[in-house]
Design a protein. Structure first.
Length: 74
């Protein structure tokens, strides 16, 4: 499999693989966004800041959800 992307430093200066993807807006339009590539992930996680920009959106569950992986909690 070939995945086109690039390696960019994050806010913490750690270089990570980033790919461009499309997210459908509530109005049906598509928004081009950058995603952190995690080939072992079984789901996609959006930041709270990203979700606030996409309002109106219904939220489900708790105000805060803790996510853990090999690297620890995030």
């Amino acid at each position: 499999m070939r995945i086109d992307g690039a390696w960019f430093p994050g806010e913490d200066k750690t270089i990570r693989p980033i790919v461009t993807g499309l997210v459908r807006q509530p109005d049906g339009e598509w928004l081009e966004v950058s995603f952190l590539l995690d080939a072992g992930a079984d789901r996609t996680v959006f930041s709270a800041a990203f979700l606030r920009v996409r309002q109106p959106m219904k939220t489900i569950g708790a105000e805060q959800i803790l996510i853990a992986g090999v690297g620890g909690n995030g």
